[in-house]
Design a protein around this ligand. Structure first.
Ligand code: CU
Length: 584
């Protein structure tokens, strides 16, 4: 119903901090936006009133001050609904089609008046400016945030982070990219700025229809009784549905972000119907450059919500007129299941809430062929945490748990687990690894439960994330980046009634479930500095994190926004070592 590949890929406007002496003003405004040539204009909330917001470009070591001016006015511009049925009269999942599918308008969402708070995802930011989800700014209230930018070059992004409504605010358009640059990266001679460095912000969106079934352009956030996340049928890149990118025969640098509420993408580049993934070298991830370029995984490049990829893509040998397509082969909700890249053209799957695999068309136009070189060595400024550094590291165990409720959609929670002795009584979580069994008790489950994580600055910690749900969760830590240590298969049993509001009973064994066919491997592109890590079903992921400079109250959470909002988010408090003796 919308024609793919007719609009050109727009590029967000650039806001270069050094040209403004590091002092920026960004207005948060209601606006209108055209998502596609054949769609009426849509009302949105956007930074500078645009979707996406301007790309802010900053230099390492040059602090940036942003006055986030909340000038939102008028009603919340998105129709929010829960469709009464998961499928329509034809058996098509309602999330694959436009319109409200018989759902009533959510009056609470319609009543939102535009409170915001901005988080700069991936930034090393003092706690006061990190965008604590409860510290909101109403329209007209001033918010001036200081970003030190003492961090390596990377693609970050800024977005709204309001407690309980991040899913609505980001969906309405409140997201933008932020690039940190530094001299180490410049020495590699990578493309910087247009035309060869292109930011690509990928999201999914849905729209309403009128009584004749014609698309109205009004944004729709739709869920259904079976699927609590909004998976929208239309993929947008930089705010345009299925755009066309014209390229010269040259090597391009794509800075990708998955900024969707919930959808995971597995991106496959096709040329003449065949995978052309060997044209792509991944040079960076969430927190910047990898140590060496990584090939794209055989099935395609997986990006869950908030994950980033820095890619060099070679079109230099292609004749004018050549077309390549970027497709998505990931079913939703994503559970890590494989899909061969060679079959990407057949990836459409209604039951998998993937009605249209299309993402982007690349068309080669004339020009002088210029093949960029791919440096063999990239980052030299970080190492893996040594066994020594990790030997005494505090270990924190977190279980990802879905709780079924009788009269409301399911609730996702993160259970912080505390070690208990042999004499502890049920309810308990046991984790068996070979001959050894460790026992825990769930001590926190909701955002407002007491804080139990107090990491000490400068000290490595090992966080263990164990997934007891059927879907992949991208877990994001605010503040410093981390490295993945391991990804291991588990099997588990939860007895009837084992998932209570706060208590949890589960027996987890570190061995493969016979029905589990996921690989549970670490992709090469995950061996860099990450701030968001996928935890697949039947999986325990271990990460090593060291908080460095800033003390205070921060958050970690699932980056599926519908999960983060309810209730997959928890606080942690970083402390300098000299204050630890004074902590009760
Ligand atoms: Cu989640």
């Amino acid at each position: 119903m919308l024609t793919p590949f007719v609009d050109r890929l727009p590029l967000p406007s650039r806001l270069i901090a050094t040209e403004h002496d590091g002092r920026l003003q960004v207005r948060i405004r209601s606006g209108v936006h055209s998502f596609h040539r054949d769609l009426p204009a849509s009302s949105i909330w956007g930074f500078e009133g645009t979707v996406p917001g301007p790309t802010i470009e900053a230099e390492r070591g040059r602090p940036v001050t942003v006055e986030w001016r909340n000038e939102l006015d008028g009603a919340y511009p998105v129709s929010v609904t829960v469709a009464p049925q998961a499928t329509d009269a034809d058996g098509v999942p309602v999330q694959c089609v436009p319109g409200l599918s018989g759902g009533e308008l959510d009056v609470d969402a319609a009543g939102l008046t535009g409170h915001t708070v901005v988080h700069l995802h991936g930034a090393l930011t003092p706690a006061s400016y990190d965008g604590w989800a409860e510290n909101l700014f109403a329209p007209g209230q001033p918010a001036v945030f200081h970003y030190p930018m003492e961090q390596r070059a990377a693609l970050l992004w800024y977005h709204d982070h309001v407690m309980g409504t991040t899913k609505f605010d980001v969906y309405a358009g409140l997201a933008g990219l932020w690039i940190v640059r530094d001299e180490q990266e410049r020495e590699l001679g990578l493309p910087e700025g247009p035309p060869f460095e292109l930011p690509l912000l990928i999201q999914d969106r849905n729209f309403d229809v009128d009584e004749q079934g014609q698309l109205t352009g009004r944004l729709v956030h739709k869920t259904d009784p079976d699927v609590m996340e909004a998976f929208a049928p239309f993929t947008i890149v930089n705010g345009t549905v299925w755009p066309v990118l014209e390229v010269e025969p040259a090597t391009y640098r794509f800075r990708l972000l998955n900024g969707s509420n919930a959808r995971t993408y597995r991106l496959v580049l096709l040329h003449d119907g065949r995978p052309a993934l060997d044209r792509i070298a991944q040079i960076g991830t969430d927190h910047g450059l990898l140590r060496a370029p990584a090939a794209v995984p055989e099935d395609g490049l997986v990006l869950a919500s908030a994950e980033r990829a820095d890619l060099l893509v070679d079109f230099s040998d292609l004749d004018a007129g050549t077309e390549l397509t970027l497709l998505n082969t990931a079913r939703a909700p994503f559970d890590g299941a494989a899909f061969p890249a060679a079959e990407a053209e057949q990836a459409a799957d209604l039951d998998g809430l993937l009605p249209y695999p299309q993402v982007l068309l690349v068309r080669v136009v004339g020009g002088t062929p210029t093949k960029g070189s791919i440096p063999e060595k990239l980052a030299t400024d970080y190492d893996s945490a040594s066994a020594d550094a990790l030997s005494g590291a505090p270990r924190r165990m977190i279980a990802l748990v879905e709780m079924e409720l009788d009269d409301a959609p399911n609730m996702l929670t993160m259970r912080e687990l505390e070690l208990v002795g042999d004499d502890a009584t049920r309810p308990l979580v046991s984790v068996r690894d070979g001959d050894e069994t460790v026992r825990y008790r769930s001590v926190a489950a909701h955002f407002e439960d007491r804080t139990t994580f107090f990491p000490m600055l400068g000290m490595y910690e090992v966080w263990q994330l164990v997934n007891l749900t059927g879907d992949t969760h991208p877990i994001h830590l605010h503040l410093d980046p981390f490295q993945i240590l391991s990804r291991r298969a588990i099997r588990y049993e939860i007895p009837e009634g084992g998932i209570e509001d706060r208590d949890l009973t589960a027996e987890i064994t570190l061995e493969r479930d016979p029905d589990d066919d996921l690989a549970h491997t670490i992709d090469d592109n995950e061996r860099g500095l990450k701030d968001t890590i996928r935890v697949n079903p039947n999986e325990l992921v271990e990460i090593a994190v060291r908080f460095t400079n800033y003390s205070g109250r921060y958050m970690y959470h699932c980056h599926i926004l519908e999960h983060e909002d309810r209730d997959m988010m928890r606080p942690f408090v970083t402390m300098p070592s000299d204050l630890m003796p004074f902590m009760a």
